[in-house]
Design a protein around this ligand. Structure first.
Ligand SMILES: NC(=O)c1ccc[n+]([C@@H]2O[C@H](COP(=O)([O-])OP(=O)(O)OC[C@H]3O[C@@H](n4cnc5c(N)ncnc54)[C@H](O)[C@@H]3O)[C@@H](O)[C@H]2O)c1
Length: 270
């Protein structure tokens, strides 16, 4: 299908490198006719490769720390100026936990870092939504997406305080979705993605095992970053206009599998 996003304008957060889910989403969104600005934290812009992506997508890069209301306000205002109008979609593809990064055991969390995890990975989603509302940046039927993980619902030992962040993120999608829907028919959802090989993903301890286990537990296999990008495009398009306040499982069937034949075979002793 072509031109699903023709004439639509947006902001894409979180493209660090070629592996990033946001990177793949930007390429797909462009392919489908969208125009958008790209943004990331200043340090990620310096260390990453976002300018290559910007060239490929004919997009402007605007630095913003997603925890800063000042940065976000400037980002939304500049994006409307650069793109020539209000926005139709926003992708929040942001996650970081200092406790995970520094391998703190869950029974010995640093609480300042815990606050940072929540601020960067979850509360920033509220800040993005609130700034979009206050700058009156969204068109009617616009679509705002965050990216989540099933550790919001189930315990995974090494996902640590990111599990709490994802639970908050999903809850914000419901609460703000209710508000923004009534105010302006703007849709807010999270996509709960399979484990995916990216910088954020690989930072989680035991990631390879996660990946293999999820692959065996998913009848369709793990959803790739590219699959996720396609789903984001669908969620930005008018084809999904009545979907809001949802956490959408994008996991090849993982979340509703009890056990699979593949795992039974692997684990059977006979
Ligand atoms: N990779 C996985 O296994 C997986 C699975 C489910 C959900 N997700 C989620 O997908 C999203 C994207 O992650 P990814 O896997 O593409 O990894 P990634 O490392 O490529 O992307 C994470 C992004 O967050 C950005 N970021 C961190 N702090 C920021 C700040 N203060 N302000 C603005 N941006 C900031 C980083 O610069 C980076 O671009 C995250 O929310 C992640 O939790 C990932």
């Amino acid at each position: 299908m072509n031109n699903l996003l023709k004439g639509k304008r947006g902001i894409i957060f979180g493209a660090l490198d070629q592996k990033s889910i946001a990177w793949k989403t930007a390429l797909k969104a462009r392919e489908q006719g969208a125009s958008f600005t790209l943004t990331n934290a200043p340090i990620a812009i310096r260390m990453g490769a976002i300018n290559d992506l910007a060239k490929a997508c004919d997009a402007e890069v605007i630095a913003a720390d997603a925890t800063s209301i000042e940065d976000l306000t400037a980002l939304f205002q500049q994006s409307m100026e650069v793109l020539g109008g209000k926005l139709d979609f926003v992708l929040h593809s942001i996650g970081m936990s200092p406790n995970v990064r520094k391998k703190k055991p869950y029974g010995d969390l640093n609480y300042e870092w815990f606050q940072k995890t929540l601020d960067i990975s979850a509360i920033s989603f509220h800040k993005v939504l609130q700034t979009a509302e206050k700058t009156d940046a969204m068109n009617e039927w616009g679509s705002v997406l965050g990216l989540s993980y099933i550790a919001a619902q189930r315990a995974y030992p090494d996902y640590s305080d990111m599990a709490q962040a994802k639970a908050v993120l999903e809850s914000i999608a419901r609460s703000y979705g209710q508000r923004f829907g009534r105010l302006k028919k703007v849709r807010v959802n999270t996509i709960s993605q399979s484990p995916t090989v990216t910088t954020a993903g690989e930072g989680v301890g035991g990631f390879d095992v996660f990946l293999d286990y999820a692959e065996m537990m998913s009848p369709l296999g793990n959803a790739s970053a590219e699959d996720c990008a396609n789903y984001c495009v669908l969620m930005f398009s008018d084809l999904s206009r009545m979907v809001t306040m949802q956490n959408l499982m994008h996991d090849g069937g993982f979340s509703t599998s009890g056990i699979t034949e593949e795992l039974v075979e692997k684990l059977s002793k006979g």
